[in-house]
Design a protein around this ligand. Structure first.
Ligand code: MCA
Ligand code: AMP
Length: 496
C-alpha cells in the first residue's frame, strides 16, 4: 500500500487506534484516512492541529497516504512561536478536529475538519472539495519518493526560534523498521502511551510505529499513572514514556500493587527523550522485576541506538546502534575516537537513511549541523567494550531538557526581554527530580523596586512560546555577572 503503511488493511477489523472511548479498526482507519487523502492530494504542505486525539492520528495518516508533507502543531504553542512556524513552513491548510477552536494566527489558512468516520460509498471522497493544487502542478500528484518530505517537526536550538527539521519518508520507514528489529515489535503488540503528538516520540514512534507494523496504539489522552496501569492490565504489551513519566510511576509503585503487576506483565517498557536516572531504573526494577530499556534519538535523526529486547539492559546505557545506523565518537578537533573503553568521551555523530534532509529555509544551520555526511548530535558519550553507548552530557549548555522537551535558553531569554518589566535576562537549567531539568530565569528588573511577579513572567513565556518553556523559578538580581567581553557568565549563576 505504501512504504509507510505496508500493513494498512481495508478489510481488517482488528483495532488500530484507541483514544479513551473512541477507536478505529484498521479497516475504518483505512477508509477515514483514505477519504481525507483523496481530498488532500496535490497540496504542497499542510499543518496539523496535533491534539492528543483520534483526529490527529487520522490526519497524519491521510496526509502521508496522499504524499503531502505535514507540520504538526502543538495546540498550546503561544502567539510568537506559532506565527513563526506558520510563516516559515507556509502550509496551505490546517487539519483539525471538527470541534477544535483555532487561534488567530491560523485564521488565514483553509481549515479542513478531519473525518474519523469513513465517508459512505455514495459520498464524494473526503466529503468536500479538493485542496487546490499549486499553480503549474500536473493533473494528479505523482507518487511520493523515499526522499520526499513526510513531516516537518520544529525543534529548539540554543538561540533564536525553533527550526523545522524536514524528515523524509525513508527516514521514518528506516527508523521504525530498525526499532522492530531491536524490539521484536510485531502486529501483535499493543502500545500504550500518553505522549504529546507533535514530536517524534509521540507521533512517529507512538502512532506511526504501531500502524507501520499493523498493530494497535492506545493513547491515554493525557499521561497518568492510573491510565498506564489500566491499559497495561487490559492487553497493553508495550509502554513508551519520557523519564518524567517513569519517575512518576516509580513514585507511585510503593503503594500500588496493581501498578506493579501491570508493569510486570508488559513485554517492553521503553524510555527515551532524556536520560532515565539510575534511582528510577532501580525502583522500577525492584518493584516489578522488569528493567526499563532506553533508546536514544533526536528529532533530526529519529532513532540512533537502543538496548535490544534480547540484550542486557544496563542503567545508564542507551544500547547499541540500530540496524542501518553508523555511529562514531569524535574529539573536539574532529579526530575519530577508536577506543571502546567506557571512558574516552567524544561527540556522537551519526549517518544513515534515518537522518533528516535539512532544516527548512535554513541552509546555514543545515550545513553547520553536518561534518560531511555525518550529523553532529551535540551529545557527548563514551562507548563500552560491547559497543553500547553511554551519554554523559551535551555540548551546548544552553539547551535544556525538561520533561523530555528540548528548550533553548536563548528563545526564553528573548521572550523575557520582550516583557516591559525585564531589563536583563539569563536562563539556565537546573537539576529537577521530576522534570530532569527545570527552567530557571535570572532577571534584572527594569525597576528593581517593583519587579514583575514570578507568575506574570511564567505566563508571559507560556503565552509567547509554549507552557512547557515557562520558567519554573525566577530569581532577581541587581546585575547579571558578565566577563570583560560583556558576555553573561552562566557558570557563576549555577548553570553551564
Ligand atoms: C501551567 N500550565 C500553563 C501555565 N502553567 N499554561 C499556561 N500558562 C501557564 N503559566 C498548564 C500546562 O499547559 C498544562 O496543562 C499543565 O499546566 C501542566 O503543564 P506542565 O507543567 O508542562 O506539565 P508537566 O506536569 O510538567 O508535564 C510533564 C510531562 C510533559 C507530562 C512529562 O513534560 C510531557 O508530556 N513531556 C513529553 C515531552 C516529549 O514528548 N518529548 C519528545 C521530544 P494541561 O494539564 O491541560 O496539559 S524528544 C523527541 O521526540 C526525540 C526524538 C526523542 O528521543 O524522543
Ligand atoms: P529533541 O531534539 O527534542 O529531539 O531531543 C533530542 C535529544 O534528547 C538528544 O540530542 C539527547 O540529548 C536527548 N535524548 C534522547 N533520548 C535520550 C536518552 N535515552 N538518554 C539521554 N538523552 C536522550
Amino acid at each position: 500500500m505504501s512504504e509507510l503503511f505496508p500493513a494498512l488493511d481495508p478489510a481488517s477489523d482488528r483495532p488500530a487506534l484507541r483514544f479513551g472511548e473512541r477507536g478505529l479498526t484498521h479497516g475504518e482507519l483505512t477508509a477515514a484516512a483514505g477519504s481525507l487523502a483523496a481530498r488532500l492530494g496535490g497540496a504542497s504542505r499542510v499543518a496539523l492541529w496535533a491534539t492528543p486525539s483520534l483526529e490527529t492520528a487520522v490526519g497524519v495518516v491521510a496526509a502521508l497516504l496522499a504524499g503531502v508533507p505535514v507540520v504538526p502543531l502543538n495546540p498550546r504553542t503561544g502567539e510568537r512561536e506559532l506565527a513563526h512556524i506558520v510563516a516559515d513552513s507556509v502550509p496551505v491548510a490546517v487539519l483539525a478536529g471538527a470541534g477544535d477552536t483555532l487561534p488567530e494566527a491560523l485564521g488565514r489558512l483553509e481549515r479542513i475538519d478531519i473525518p474519523v468516520a469513513a465517508a459512505g460509498p455514495s459520498s464524494p471522497p473526503g466529503g468536500g472539495r479538493p485542496v487546490p493544487a499549486p499553480p503549474g502542478a500536473a493533473a494528479g500528484p505523482p507518487a511520493p519518493g523515499p526522499l520526499d518530505p513526510a513531516l516537518i517537526v520544529y525543534t529548539s536550538g540554543t538561540t533564536g526560534p525553533p527550526k523545522g527539521a524536514v524528515l523524509p519518508r525513508r527516514a521514518i520507514a528506516a527508523s521504525l523498521d530498525a526499532l522492530a528489529d531491536a524490539w521484536a515489535w510485531t502486529d501483535a503488540d499493543v502500545l500504550v502511551h500518553g505522549l504529546p503528538l507533535f514530536h517524534v516520540h509521540g507521533l512517529i514512534l507512538g502512532v506511526l510505529g504501531p500502524l507501520h507494523r499493523g498493530g494497535e496504539v492506545r493513547h491515554l489522552g493525557r499521561f497518568s499513572v492510573e491510565g498506564v496501569a489500566r491499559e497495561l492490565s487490559d492487553g497493553g504489551t508495550m509502554l513508551f514514556g519520557v523519564p518524567t513519566m517513569y519517575h512518576r510511576i516509580a513514585e507511585s509503585l510503593p503503594g500500588d500493587p496493581e501498578l506493579a503487576k501491570a508493569l510486570a506483565g508488559a513485554r517492553l517498557l521503553v524510555s527515551g527523550s532524556a536520560a532515565l536516572p539510575l534511582h528510577d531504573h532501580e525502583r522500577i526494577a525492584e518493584a516489578t522485576g522488569r528493567r526499563v530499556i532506553e533508546r536514544y534519538g533526536m528529532t533530526e535523526t529519529l532513532m540512533n541506538t537502543s538496548v535490544r529486547v534480547d540484550g542486557t539492559p544496563r542503567p545508564g546505557s542507551v544500547g547499541t546502534p540500530l540496524r542501518g545506523v553508523e555511529l562514531r565518537l569524535v574529539e573536539e578537533d574532529g579526530a575519530e575516537i577508536t577506543a571502546f573503553d567506557g571512558e574516552t568521551i567524544g561527540e556522537i555523530q551519526v549517518r544513515g537513511e534515518h537522518l533528516f534532509t535539512g532544516y527548512l529555509n535554513r541552509p546555514d544551520a543545515t550545513e553547520a549541523a553536518f561534518d560531511g555526511d555525518w550529523f553532529r548530535t551535540g551529545d557527548m558519550a563514551v562507548r563500552d567494550e560491547d559497543g553500547s553507548v553511554r551519554i554523559v552530557g551535551r555540548k551546548a549548555t544552553d539547551l535544556i531538557k525538561s520533561g523530555g522537551y528540548k528548550i533553548g535558553a536563548g528563545e526564553i531569554e528573548n521572550a523575557l526581554l520582550d516583557h516591559p518589566g525585564v531589563r536583563e535576562a539569563a536562563v539556565t537549567g537546573e537539576p529537577d527530580p521530576d522534570l530532569g531539568e527545570r527552567v530557571v530565569a535570572w532577571i534584572v528588573a527594569s525597576d528593581t523596586r517593583t519587579p514583575p511577579g514570578e507568575d506574570e513572567l511564567a505566563d508571559h513565556v507560556a503565552a509567547q512560546l509554549a507552557p512547557h518553556k515557562r520558567p519554573r523559578e525566577v530569581r532577581f538580581l541587581d546585575a547579571l555577572p558578565r566577563n570583560d567581553m560583556g558576555k553573561i557568565m552562566k557558570r557563576s549563576l549555577g548553570g553551564g
